[in-house]
Design a binder for this molecule. Structure first.
Ligand SMILES: Nc1ncnc2c1ncn2[C@@H]1O[C@H](COP(=O)(O)OP(=O)(O)OP(=O)(O)O)[C@@H](O)[C@H]1O
Ligand SMILES: [Mg+2]
Length: 242
């Protein structure tokens, strides 16, 4: 479970309110999709959720653990794929995965099971022995996802995880996200791909200028009508939050 309790974050000495009094609970068993225009505050929200940034006000709790009070325990509970990342280019893919497994204290049998599964899923077996500097963007993304989930965390936090992935890998990742939530755990991800959000998410949150302007199931967002998420999004983002 993820809880934001009246969370506010400003930048530039208070001039930019990137997240404005966010109050949001995401229950277990849900895929939650976070959408909003560029600069709306999605990545900032995710950085607050992962403890990379501290809120000016409010609390963030992961499975009931307060990030500010017990950051190590809170950080153990999630796996995080950032929107942009630098990798250790001289490591091989396999070295990187073992490094991540070491950080999280994953035993040999569990790491092997996870690595075998994801390398096969993403067709990365041949690349795993090669240095990361020779990887394409999509290959790095797949490796980052595999590494982030290596400790089998209950909460997945993914910032635009489909960017750069080929259609087959997008499909596999969506299946894994669905399966993870269906097993009673939580997925929080941001995206600009509204038809993915529409089909995959149990709940959707729309943020604009740091404010959560809508939240609910697709049916709730469209108030019983039959509009697409894209139509709902464009209408809400144009009208609300001024
Ligand atoms: N390090 C920073 N310093 C100052 N302002 C920042 C910083 N990071 C983000 N901002 C500002 O905070 C606001 C929210 O940015 P954020 O990156 O959270 O948006 P986003 O919803 O993830 O956008 P995108 O869809 O483009 O990824 C924007 O106004 C942005 O300019
Ligand atoms: Mg972002």
């Amino acid at each position: 479970m993820i809880q934001f309790q009246n969370v506010t974050k400003t930048y530039a000495g208070g001039k930019v309110k990137a997240v404005d009094n966010l109050d949001l609970t995401i229950e277990e068993g849900k895929v939650f999709g976070f959408i909003g225009p560029n600069g709306a505050g999605k990545t900032t929200t995710i950085k607050l959720l992962t403890g990379i940034l501290s809120p000016d006000n409010g609390r963030v709790l992961l499975n009931g653990i307060d990030m500010a009070r017990d950051p190590i325990a809170a950080k153990r509970s999630f796996g995080y794929v950032p929107d942009a990342f630098d990798m250790y280019e001289r490591l091989t893919g396999m070295d990187y995965l073992n490094f991540m497994a070491d950080i999280y204290g994953v035993d040999a049998a569990s790491r092997k099971r996870h690595i075998d599964k994801y390398l096969a899923l993403f067709e990365l077996e041949d690349a795993a022995g090669q240095q990361i500097r020779g990887y394409s963007r999509g290959m790095k993304q797949k490796l980052a996802i595999t590494g982030a989930l290596i400790h089998e965390p209950s909460i997945w936090v993914l910032d635009e995880p489909m960017v750069g992935l080929d259609p087959q890998s997008v499909f596999m990742l969506k299946e894994e996200m669905r399966r993870h939530a269906d097993s009673g755990r939580t997925v929080f991800f941001s995206t600009h791909v509204l038809d993915v959000a529409e089909r995959l998410c149990d709940e959707i949150g729309i943020i604009k200028r740091g404010r959560l302007i809508a939240r609910g199931t697709l049916d709730e967002l469209r108030h019983g009508g039959d509009s697409s998420l894209e139509e709902v999004f464009l209408e809400l983002v144009e009208k609300k939050g001024e």
